[in-house]
Design a protein around this ligand. Structure first.
Ligand SMILES: Cc1cc2nc3c(=O)[nH]c(=O)nc-3n(C[C@H](O)[C@H](O)[C@H](O)COP(=O)(O)O)c2cc1C
Length: 207
């Protein structure tokens, strides 16, 4: 089979995918409850293994957001340079965003799956945990794309995984598994973002 050309199909969905960029600083413009509801609805439409939908979304604003900024800043000093710089950057993004959404895995798929497979082995745990993480990652991507489609900006902050226990405690989700923290707001300025690798370097066609 010949390599598929990068064809110029253009529609609104593809435009949204192409326009999504990680934006790390936000303007003062508030984000409406309606917009937050819309992007959460989109996140909740994601596919999930065994249709377990084992995700939870925590919307963080006001005082709780300030507490999160303080937590991230205070913990940053305990890490070596690269990670402490990223944690500080993350705290600035959280501080500047009018709203932040945390995505948490509930562990329901792991529980359901190991029961269904009637095996409590390490392999079953590893399998269902991976499926749960992948399902929630699909939800996160839906959320990012829905936000982009509304003119909102986001950044997926994975670095807070380094302080996940403290973050989950602060959010009142101590039993959950940390997936992502996502500041949401209107961009203070749009950036082009990094170039993606050319398809010919990452795609292999087999026939
Ligand atoms: C799992 C994951 C974790 C990420 N964690 C961070 C992070 O902690 N801090 C950050 O600034 N960006 C983070 N990003 C955003 C990436 O840096 C960004 O997606 C990448 O540089 C490509 O840029 P783009 O999103 O504009 O295409 C993360 C992205 C993913 C998918």
């Amino acid at each position: 089979m010949e390599a598929i050309e990068q064809r110029p199909i253009i529609n609104e969905t593809l435009k949204t995918i192409a326009h999504r960029r990680s934006i790390r600083m936000f303007s003062d413009q508030p984000v409406s409850d309606e917009a937050i509801g819309t992007i959460l609805q989109a996140a909740n439409q994601a596919p999930s293994a065994h249709n377990q939908q084992s995700w939870r979304f925590i919307v963080i604003r006001g005082n709780k957001k300030r507490e999160l900024v303080e937590l991230v800043n205070s913990k940053a000093a305990q890490f070596p340079k690269a990670s402490s710089v990223l944690l500080r950057m993350a705290s600035r993004s959280i501080a500047s965003a009018p709203a932040v959404i945390a995505v948490i895995n509930t562990g329901e798929l792991i529980e359901h799956g190991t029961h269904l497979f009637n095996m409590a082995s390490e392999q079953a745990y590893d399998f269902f945990r991976t499926m749960e993480i992948q399902s929630s990652a699909a939800a996160v991507q839906n959320l990012l794309l829905a936000a982009t489609s509304l003119g909102l900006a986001t950044v997926w902050l994975g670095i807070l995984f380094l302080i996940k226990d403290e973050v989950l405690e602060l959010l009142g989700e101590p039993k959950g598994e940390f997936m992502a923290v996502i500041p949401v707001g209107y961009p203070s300025k749009m950036t082009k973002g990094p170039e993606k690798r050319p398809l010919e370097t990452i795609v292999k066609y087999l026939d």
